[in-house]
Write a protein that binds this ligand. Structure first.
Ligand code: NAI
Ligand code: MG
Length: 505
């Protein structure tokens, strides 16, 4: 029994797979140059299970000295062991890595569920599948990175290009898709011949360490992938200011993304940024309204809305507006909130007390300013009373200038608004600084593609939402960032061109 008559806190131990229990019992150390080591300073930080608020692990906290060692190790591997492998050998290593991640999917899913609060079943089906997809897809590229011979108009010259790795990559990832985001960055980086220092988010360091272990088992030479858990202001800051880093691949907040771009300017590091969005999901009156409304609920409440692609702004043509609002609220009410290790959980908690406070703040300010708040269901109590849960919430009729309509809330909070004409819809949907993704629901094929063309977004889904694939470039327009994850376009960002001139006469 818990204290003061509270029921016992949710028992995760009984649900853990033996491999996960063993992993959690070990020391969680930095991976530098092929070896797991403590931080030079000996510092550690705590990682929590956000569904219970309980500490699950002490994790080594990388400082500037560790960052320096990791970057140097990565630089040596870049010129040495990784460069010396033949393309077919590098491909084989990446394929083994992909197979190992897939083979350990159940353990990884539980580790990530505990650390992040997300449902393990969804992590396995979405995050790990996408991570393995990125590794496999990019493994295929290793033997297909080709230069060209150039038809220059200078006599007696043979000119060709080589595609070379940009150098050591700092991959800095957030807590919402820890393993999957890590793979989106390190897979093309490694395929391009780069080496990587990966910094997972302080809220979710564990799956990256497990990934590091699998990388060694797959035969990645020491230093090719280094993993440095720690905080943004310490580990992250040391990494982005290190002169040995050639490229920073980042996913996270707009604020940190802009800070990275500014600081990278001094040394002209390559930068790619994926910075979230306020994504309009648009339902026209001629759509399959029931299907659209059901998917609209999933589009926002999946992973408790902690998704850069979340369909957080639902825009509905007026004749079907009331029906859609009702259906979305009813669908939201059916979603089971719970611990990520329970098989029947659809929605877990927010990742931290801080995120819960942030999201609740948006909702209470909206309520105070007169926005109608429809809350579906309640946060779980009893054994999960200490968790950072937020009930699915629908904000009806907020106007375009409202904070909740403009800003990325990053929680299970949907803004629903009516619109009357296509022209009005385009203008309003585009009047935001973000441009990550959008949804369009209509049976009219002309309207569908005209709307897709008109929306300022890096990805548009028509009559579906939230689809991802290793071949499909993912990233933002406007202040949602630049550069792309996935697809051949992402690989390009880890390569640079060398032009070689040879006199033939
Ligand atoms: P954040 O952008 O600060 O954190 C993301 C990553 O950046 C973490 O690994 C963090 O340690 C690192 N970082 C932070 N400061 C850094 C620095 N100075 N140098 C190098 N690395 C640094 O995001 P945070 O504070 O965790 O979340 C705040 C809000 O950001 C969320 O509520 C959400 O709106 C947005 N966000 C968007 C994400 C997306 O997928 N686009 C992911 C996470 C957060
Ligand atoms: Mg955690």
């Amino acid at each position: 029994m818990g204290l003061q008559g509270n029921p016992a806190v949710f028992d995760t131990d009984a649900l853990l797979r033996p491999g996960v229990r063993a992993f959690l019992g070990e020391r969680h150390r930095l991976l530098i140059d092929g070896v797991f080591v403590d931080a030079a300073s000996g510092a550690t930080f705590e990682s929590f299970d956000p569904a219970t608020g309980r500490k699950i692990a002490d994790v080594a906290h990388a400082g500037a000295e560790d960052v320096d060692r990791a970057v140097r190790a990565a630089a040596r591997a870049l010129e040495g062991s990784w460069a010396r492998l033949l393309p077919a050998e590098r491909e084989a290593v990446l394929r083994r890595f992909a197979a190992l991640v897939e083979g350990h999917a159940d353990d990884l899913a539980q580790i990530e569920a505990l650390d992040s609060g997300k449902p393990a079943s969804q992590i396995k089906a979405v995050d790990i599948a996408l991570g393995v997809g990125a590794l496999s897809y990019n493994a295929g590229w290793v033997t297909k990175i080709e230069g060209r011979t150039l038809p220059v108009s200078v006599p007696d010259m043979h000119v060709y290009t080589r595609r070379e790795p940009v150098g050591v990559v700092a991959a800095i990832v957030p807590w919402n898709f820890p393993l999957c985001q890590a793979c989106f960055k390190l897979a093309p980086a490694l395929a391009a011949g780069c080496t990587v220092v990966l910094k997972p988010a302080e809220q979710t360091p564990l799956s990256a360490l497990y990934l590091g272990r699998l990388a060694l088992e797959a035969g990645l030479p020491p230093g090719v992938l280094n993993v440095l858990p720690g905080f943004g202001a310490t580990t992250g800051q040391a990494l982005i200011s290190h002169p040995g880093v050639a490229k920073i691949a980042f996913t996270g907040s707009e604020r940190t993304g802009k800070h990275i771009a500014r600081s990278a300017a001094d040394s002209l590091k390559h930068v790619s940024l994926e910075l979230g969005g306020k994504n309009p999901n648009v339902i026209f009156a001629d759509a399959d309204v029931e299907a659209a409304a059901a998917v609209a609920a999933i589009a926002i409440f999946f992973y408790s809305g902690q998704v850069c692609a979340a369909g957080s702004r639902l825009m509905v043509e007026r004749p079907i507006y009331d029906r859609v609002v009702e259906t979305v609220i009813a669908e939201a009410g059916k979603l089971k909130l719970g611990h990520g290790l329970s098989g029947d959980t659809f929605m877990g908690p927010l990742v931290s007390a801080q995120q819960l406070q942030r999201v609740s703040g948006f909702v209470s300010r909206a309520a105070e300013s007169g926005v109608r708040v429809a809350q579906a269901g309640t946060a779980p109590q009893g054994a999960l009373a200490g968790g950072f849960f937020h009930a699915p919430t629908v904000l009806v009729d907020a106007d375009d200038t409202a904070e909740v309509t403009r800003e990325e809330i990053f929680g299970p909070v949907l803004v629903v608004q009516p619109f009357d004409t296509l022209g009005e819809l385009k203008a309003r949907a585009n009047a935001t600084s973000f441009g990550l993704s959008a949804g369009v629901w209509t049976r009219d094929v002309k309207k569908a593609h005209a709307t897709a063309a008109a929306l300022q977004a890096g990805t548009v889904w028509i009559n579906t939402y939230g689809q991802f694939d290793a071949t499909a470039p993912w990233g933002g327009f406007k202040q949602s960032g630049y550069g792309r994850d996935n697809g051949a376009e992402s690989l390009e960002k880890y390569l640079q061109t060398k032009t070689v001139w040879t006199a033939l006469a």
